[in-house]
Ligand binder design. Structure first.
Ligand code: SAM
Length: 247
């Protein structure tokens, strides 16, 4: 998968993209990440990329021209038609608090695309006319950050885990919270007793059928307690019957 990040603060990506899973995915050729400085497209002699808002008021707005040129430079021709082979074309995502709130379904969808382009805003945001070249606006939650860099990192990190070959044990990804619509079960490791607290007996039994059932039941039970809203979404009759059987 090819990922382009358009930002005015490229150095922010140095830490998160040069450590851990992401760097391994890049080394193994699973991910190809390019961070482009929007400033390099500024025609201004001081490399200015922002300006005062029309209509007055505080704050600055990212100007449309350098952003437009940056978007074009990574191969974007025009906005995608969502229903027409957008899988193979660059898909432009503007990280914005006003976008669709990120969830695992969106991440799954992004993980199937070939080329993602992330536009990171700053200050008051980007000139609204750039939205004409954006396929989707994505928010990482109902709060405001100073820029779109950390939100873009969140999306890239999360989707990288879903790419085949990135996480060694692919089945572990499939048991993770949200993958099947519920939370993950509780995990324990050695020692079997810690400060007087024992791990559940069943996990020491060696009976894999029983352990599997316990984990399923534990996952449903903690979802019911912590995120009952998720169970409401599992509305197929098959899932409801599974729930009845297990709890
Ligand atoms: C200070 S914010 C601008 C907020 C904007 N004036 C508003 O109220 O909607 C600057 C940039 O940070 C990014 N950003 C801030 N909060 C975000 C969030 N929750 N999710 C995704 N991106 C966010 C966006 O790229 C945005 O253009």
């Amino acid at each position: 998968m090819k990922i382009d990040i358009l930002t005015i603060f490229p150095k922010m990506f140095q830490g998160p993209f040069t450590e851990s899973l992401i760097v391994r995915a890049v080394k193994n050729g699973i991910l190809q990440i390019k961070v482009t400085d929007i400033r390099s497209f500024s025609k201004d002699k001081h490399k200015k990329v922002d300006d005062k808002p029309f209509g007055g008021g505080v704050g600055m707005v990212l100007k449309p021209e350098p952003l437009y040129d940056a978007i074009k430079s990574v191969g974007v021709k025009k906005k995608n038609n969502l229903y027409k082979n957008y899988y193979s074309k660059p898909y432009v995502i503007y990280m914005s608090p006003q976008g669709k709130t990120l969830n695992n379904e969106i991440i799954k969808k992004f993980s199937k695309l070939k080329h993602l382009v992330f536009v990171c805003g700053h200050y008051e945001g980007i000139d609204e006319r750039i939205i004409n070249y954006v396929d989707e606006e994505i928010s990482i939650g109902d709060y405001v950050l100073t820029g779109g860099e950390i939100p873009a990192m969140v999306v890239v990190d999360s989707l990288a885990r879903l790419l085949p070959g990135v996480v060694k044990e692919e089945s572990s990804v499939k048991n993770d919270s949200f993958y099947n619509g519920i939370l993950d079960y509780a995990h324990y490791t050695r020692p079997a007793v810690f400060k007087g607290n024992k791990v559940p007996e069943v996990l020491l039994s060696g009976d894999h059928k029983k352990i599997d059932l316990w984990r399923k039941s534990e996952a449903y039970e903690r979802t019911r307690k912590r995120r009952p809203d998720l169970l409401g979404l599992l509305c197929t009759s098959k899932e409801k019957n599974r729930l009845k059987d297990i709890i």
